[in-house]
Design a protein. Structure first.
Length: 223
C-alpha cells in the first residue's frame, strides 16, 4: 500500500470522530487534505469548520464547507490534524507545513485532538524531524545561537531563495540535531524565549487519539 493510500485510509477513518451538527477543527497538510476530501461527503451533516491555515480554508470552501473564524465560535468537540512525528505518549512535532501556530491555537480550543498519520511518523523519541519554530524575524539570529547552546542547528526556512513567510507574517526556524526526551519541559522552555511565537513540539496540546495508517490497515492508538 502506498503512502498516499495510507493517508486516504486514515483521512476517511477520522470521520467517525466528527460529531454531526457541530463545527470541526481542521488542520493542515497532505494527510489532512485527504480528511477534508472525506469530510465533504458528510458536509450536510456538520455546521462547518475552523481551519488552521489559509490553504486548508481554501480547500474546505472549494468543497462547499463553511469556515468560521476561531474567535467566532466556542469550544470545538474535535480537532483533526496530522503530525511530522508522534511518540508513544501522543507527543508530536508539527509544523512541516508552516502552520504550527494556528494549529496549536485550534488544538487548544478543542476537547479532543485526533492525529492522523502513517506509520513512518511513529518514533521512540522526538527530534529526528527538523523541529519547526515560528519566530519574529528580528529575533532569529539570537534564537539560532540559543539552539546551538542546546546542541541543535537552526536554519531559517527558505522558499524560492528567500525566508518563508507564514500566514502570521513571521519566519520559521528548522532545528536539527535535537533529541527531545522531555517534550513537556522542552516546549515550556522554548516558548519562554523572547521572539518565539510557537515551538512545534505539541506536548501540552498532545494527541488524545492517533489513527495510524499501516500495511494491515488503520491502527487506533489512545493516549
Amino acid at each position: 500500500m502506498t503512502q498516499d493510500e495510507l493517508k486516504t485510509l486514515v483521512g476517511q477513518a477520522a470521520l467517525q470522530y466528527v460529531i454531526p451538527g457541530e463545527i470541526v477543527g481542521v488542520g493542515t497538510g497532505s494527510t489532512v487534505n485527504k480528511f477534508i476530501d472525506a469530510l465533504a461527503t458528510m458536509k450536510a451533516q456538520i455546521s462547518g469548520a475552523v481551519s488552521s491555515s489559509v490553504a486548508s480554508t481554501a480547500r474546505l470552501q472549494a468543497l462547499g464547507i463553511p469556515v468560521f473564524e476561531a474567535n467566532a465560535v466556542g469550544e470545538l468537540s474535535v480537532y483533526i490534524d496530522g503530525a511530522d512525528e508522534i511518540d508513544a505518549q501522543g507527543f508530536m512535532i508539527k509544523g512541516g507545513g508552516a502552520a504550527l501556530t494556528r494549529e496549536k491555537i485550534v488544538a487548544a480550543q478543542s476537547r479532543r485532538f485526533v492525529c492522523i498519520a502513517d506509520d513512518t511518523k511513529m518514533v521512540k523519541a522526538l527530534g529526528a524531524f527538523p523541529l519547526p519554530v515560528e519566530v519574529i524575524p528580528m529575533s532569529s539570529a539570537r534564537l539560532v545561537r540559543q539552539f546551538e547552546a542546546l546542541g541543535g542547528k537552526a536554519q531559517i526556512r527558505l522558499k524560492d531563495g528567500v525566508p518563508l513567510v507564514t500566514d502570521n507574517g513571521q519566519h520559521i526556524l528548522d532545528v536539527t540535531g535535537l533529541h527531545i526526551t522531555d517534550p513537556l519541559g522542552f516546549e515550556s522552555m522554548v516558548n519562554q524565549w523572547p521572539g518565539v511565537v510557537t515551538v512545534g513540539v505539541f506536548a501540552h496540546q498532545r494527541a488524545h487519539v492517533c489513527l495510524l495508517g499501516t500495511a494491515s490497515g488503520v491502527k487506533t492508538l489512545t493516549f
